[in-house]
Design a protein around this ligand. Structure first.
Ligand SMILES: CC(C)(COP(=O)(O)OP(=O)(O)OC[C@H]1O[C@@H](n2cnc3c(N)ncnc32)[C@H](O)[C@@H]1OP(=O)(O)O)[C@@H](O)C(=O)NCCC(=O)NCCS
Length: 170
């Protein structure tokens, strides 16, 4: 498996499998809005990593998208972590999350994310990756779903005096 920065040519590939994923169907994801979101994210310098597998349909078959200061103007926010359905459960998600954390590590103090209350598999996955549940947002996105807020401290700037987010800490 190779993990690499997302490129514009990956966008239609990723959007294609995301639209086929039951989770995002429930959130009524649309192709046009999702493509536009990725284009803005690439242009704006968000952290976007994709995973390639050397097998059919393996190109850009996993994605991690992080907003570098998406939480409280200070910490990173994992906007999307996903793996193409047929490749789930083979370790791609864990590798992508590890690589995203490593890329963010020096620049931020923590990574936050939201998980749907019904997504027991993903909750177990994130808990195993060291994420701790710190909150719940009832009906935040969908009226019948509670979004669970998780976070994990990273090694970056929480050691600095004053807590100002900064990359030059040592
Ligand atoms: C959640 C997800 C990113 C994990 O990546 P992955 O490569 O499948 O996971 P790994 O192989 O590294 O780890 C395996 C764990 O992932 C979780 N998992 C496996 N298949 C999954 C699936 N279809 N949906 C959700 N989680 C799954 C389970 O917790 C599994 O652990 P288990 O063996 O105890 O059941 C991926 O399965 C996925 O994209 N799922 C659908 C979309 C989603 O739920 N994204 C997270 C939204 S916050």
């Amino acid at each position: 498996m190779i993990v690499r920065p997302m490129e514009p040519a990956d966008i239609p590939v990723v959007v294609d499998w995301m639209l086929a994923t039951p989770l995002w169907q429930r959130y009524r994801l649309t192709g046009a809005a999702t493509r536009a979101g990725f284009e803005r994210a690439l242009a704006g310098g968000d952290l976007l990593l994709v995973a390639d597998l050397d097998e059919p349909a393996g190109r850009a078959c996993g994605l991690a998208w992080c907003l570098r200061q998406g939480m409280f103007g200070r910490s990173a926010y994992l906007r999307i972590l996903g793996v193409r359905g047929e490749f789930a459960g083979r370790g791609l998600g864990a590798v992508l999350l590890d690589r995203a954390e490593a890329s963010l590590d020096e620049a931020t103090d923590a990574l936050f994310l939201l998980v749907s209350d019904f997504n027991a598999d993903a909750r177990r996955f994130y808990e195993r990756q060291g994420y701790v549940r710190v909150g719940a947002l009832p009906a935040y996105v969908l009226p019948d779903v509670t979004e669970l807020l998780y976070w994990k401290r990273l090694g970056g700037s929480h050691h600095t005096e004053g807590g100002e987010a900064s990359g030059d800490i040592r």
